[in-house]
Design a protein around this ligand. Structure first.
Ligand code: BGC
Length: 753
């Protein structure tokens, strides 16, 4: 039962929390888990569909709700908020991507009604949602089933009372066995088409009800006591960009798809859906022997991460997934630094598409750089469908927009540009994908190096400085020489140098340098800057987070607490004037560029910064956990691993209702992969140096390395590795417990200490 998650409580005020936990999605569509029998503010998320929003530039659209069902028995509405609940069970089966609901509701007038439903957001047919449900009353009477498409959904703005509706209805059509609506986003950029069809074998009368709020099929049935009545709601949701020429075909395409799924029938579609998830888990599954709690939390997180993988490169993974509207559906460094390593190893083709999303937005990033007075490409801190800066610069704190909170991350959190270049290189390390580098990766690396070369300023006695930035620790704004930013900038420049040199040996790569007019001279300049980038000072081996940090008043916190609420008000309101750090910053850099530091130095910094970190961002614990495992701080590593694994299941940050913490999910996988399993890519060598938590007996996982699929079973003193598939001629160099060997497809090796 490790793949089954059951929730047996109904509480109107907690529905939004369960709504996130029980979200189903397939990268294209997201349907939150709120029960279908109750009204909900949440509609459907369609990955890639954004619209202009005041303050937030562009935000993901809360598209119509399609999953709702309204039931009436003898005129009385049937739902958990008005009935006595005798049974309430919701079960998410993450192995098969299915949400099942079982209810027994009682009312004085109409007795007991049993309701059971099965919900899927189809894995293969990306535009398909199905709700199958059965109703069994214990009295005979009149049953009304209303199956709406709710076209009154809207996004809350900076306050929940202020709603923005992001679409207008263009068409509402009543067909013999379906209803269809077509909408256009307010900015006119996208057209969304939705068709819904309710079917039942039971005798019924049907009519369609249209209003400003919905278009609904209404079925009326005379039902017998203790008989079961089954219904299936098929829904197709799709969209096109208005710049696509096929605008006119949207309706016919959707109606054709609807016809096809109805013809295929529920069982065949369900089977197809289950086989999709079987394929996904075939690669992604992880077994942890002797720790079911850790295993379940990990698999639950990976399930939600996998559900959010976009279908193509039009959009990338967003901070909160297809689960909700947190962070407005924007893409952050969370994707490249936290989530992508999992995808590079487990679904490399998908990781590639997400990097192509950045490439597709390279022109916007160039425009962004030039608007800000720089050269090359500067990626936005928050990105939506068009690649322009989408971070709000102010958010009102009152109803009228007079008092505002200023947000500087969009202006100053520049490290994202280097983080993207870093991810391009990491993808290449995992895959060896030369063509990707030629077609997309190199241009990203070169254009971002150009940005940094223009972003620095030379200062006598110091070298090249980078001023007025925000590092990952967002408590300290407008800082100079952030350790994280300066070292990542240096790394980015040196990547430019390295790949320029390597391009000389590859014809296709050389074409890229020609295309963008990159010269020996420009690259020499990059090298010169990189050599002289100012690196903040050290005190007793501890790197200063930014210029002046060491002079700030000190404050320390308990290692196992989370967030700011535990701080006294005078500290909480003056965070920037203390040494407190929001999230892993110096430590995050030492994690990413591990090879530049020795373990003694990493340990000193870890010991210094951890008690000064509030972990107010969910991105913090994964990195501290990885380093803790390298340093042998088993208790810290394991405690943080479990917290990350249960971050949403236990609502540790109190904001699960806004969407799933996907960076943490990706970070959790990295704790396992790079931390506990100790897997590293060093040059061409795959290294494995396990540091399993004391409780764990064995971890079994699969991943791709340079096109070969590898199975490994890791124990504390024994590693079994099998190359499942790959090119026959290709051998992989592995180093386990410092013993080096070559393996080819079909080989199985066991190494022990
Ligand atoms: C964190 C950022 C993160 C963003 C989105 C912020 O609270 O400080 O590092 O990118 O949330 O998850």
């Amino acid at each position: 039962m490790k793949y089954h998650f059951n929730f047996n409580r109904y509480d109107q005020y907690e529905e939004a929390f369960y709504g996130t936990l029980l979200t189903l999605g397939n990268g294209h569509l997201g349907i939150r888990g709120e029960i279908e029998l109750e009204p909900s503010l949440y509609g459907t998320t369609i990955a890639g569909v954004y619209d202009y929003a005041p303050y937030f530039y562009r935000e993901i659209v809360n598209a119509p709700r399609v999953i709702g069902i309204n039931l009436f028995f003898n005129g009385e509405p049937i739902n958990p908020s008005t009935h006595k609940i005798q049974k309430y069970e919701r079960e998410l089966d993450i192995k098969n991507g299915v949400l099942k609901t079982t209810l027994r509701l009682y009312s004085q007038h109409n007795g007991v009604i049993q309701y059971e439903s099965t919900r899927i957001v189809h894995g293969k047919r990306k535009n398909l949602v199905i709700l199958k449900f059965k109703i069994r009353p214990n009295k005979s009477g009149n049953l009304t089933v209303i199956s709406p498409i709710n076209i009154n959904t809207a996004n809350p703005l900076y306050r929940p009372e202020i709603l923005v509706r992001h679409y207008t209805v263009k068409k509402q059509r009543t067909l013999d066995e379906a209803v269809y609506v077509e909408l256009e986003t307010t900015d006119g950029k996208y057209r969304i088409g939705i068709a819904s069809s309710l079917i039942t074998d039971s005798e019924h009368s049907r009519f369609v009800n249209k209003s400003v709020n919905c278009i609904a099929e209404v079925f009326n049935l005379e039902v017998e006591e203790d008989e079961e009545y089954e219904f299936i709601k098929y829904i197709i949701v799709d969209f096109i960009s208005n710049s696509d020429s096929e605008t006119l075909n949207l309706e016919s395409r959707i109606l054709n798809d609807l016809r096809a799924v109805r013809k295929a029938g529920f069982e065949a579609l369900y089977e197809e859906h289950r086989s999709y998830w079987k394929e996904m888990w075939k690669i992604a599954d992880i077994k942890i022997k002797r720790d079911e709690e850790a295993e379940r939390g990990l698999l639950f997180s990976l399930f939600h991460l996998m559900q959010s993988i976009p279908v193509d490169s039009r959009i990338s993974l967003t901070a909160k997934g297809i689960h909700g509207f947190g962070y407005r559906g924007h893409v952050f460094w969370d994707t490249e630094i936290y989530a992508l390593p999992f995808l590079m190893a487990v679904f490399p083709e998908k990781a590639k598409e997400m990097l192509i999303y950045r490439y597709n937005n390279l022109n916007a990033a160039k425009e962004n750089a030039s608007t800000n007075g720089y050269e090359g490409a500067q990626f936005p801190w928050e990105s939506a469908d068009d690649g322009y800066e989408a971070t709000p610069s102010v958010i009102p704190t009152d109803m009228i927009g007079k008092d505002v909170l200023r947000i500087y991350t969009g202006k100053e959190e520049h490290h994202v540009t280097a983080d993207i270049a870093y991810a391009v290189e990491l993808y290449y390390k995992f895959t060896g994908d030369i063509d990707f580098m030629a077609d997309y990766g190199l241009e990203i690396i070169f254009e971002t190096a150009r940005f940094w070369a223009s972003r620095v300023r030379y200062e006598k006695n110091k070298g090249y400085v980078i001023e007025k930035v925000i590092g990952p620790d967002e408590y300290h704004e407008h800082v100079n020489n952030s350790f994280f930013t300066n070292l990542m900038a240096k790394y980015n420049l040196l990547l430019g140098v390295k790949y320029f040199e390597l391009s000389k040996e590859h014809e296709k790569w050389r074409d890229v340098t020609r295309k963008i007019g990159l010269t020996e001279k420009e690259v020499e300049k990059w090298e010169g800057i990189a050599e002289k980038i100012y690196i903040p000072r050290q005190r007793d081996g501890v790197w200063e987070e930014f210029d002046g940090y060491f002079e700030l008043p000190d404050y320390t916190v308990d290692l196992y607490g989370l967030g700011e609420h535990r701080l006294p008000p005078e500290i909480r309101e003056n965070l920037s004037r203390t040494k407190l750090v929001k999230q892993a910053d110096v430590i995050a850099l030492q994690y990413l560029l591990k090879e530049q530091f020795d373990m003694e130095n990493i340990k000193k910094n870890f010991n210094y910064y951890l008690p000064r970190t509030t972990h107010a961002s969910s991105l913090s614990m994964p990195i501290y956990a990885i380093i803790a495992s390298w340093l042998g701080y088993d208790d810290i590593a394991y405690n943080y691993f479990l917290k990350c694994a249960y971050i949403d299941l236990h609502n540790l940050y109190g904001n699960t209702q806004d969407g799933f913490h996907l960076a943490t999910a990706g970070g959790l996988w990295q704790i396992l992969f790079r931390g506990f399993c100790g897997i590293e890519i060093t040059g061409d060598v795959l290294e494995i140096h396990p540091h399993l938590p004391p409780k764990w007996e064995e971890v079994a996982l699969r991943f791709y390395f340079r096109g070969s699929l590898i199975d490994i079973n890791i124990q504390k003193k024994r590693v079994m590795l099998r190359v499942v598939s790959g090119e026959k001629v290709k051998k992989i160099k592995i180093r386990v417990f410092d013993i080096e060997t070559l393996v080819a497809p079909g080989d199985k090796v066991v190494m022990e200490v």
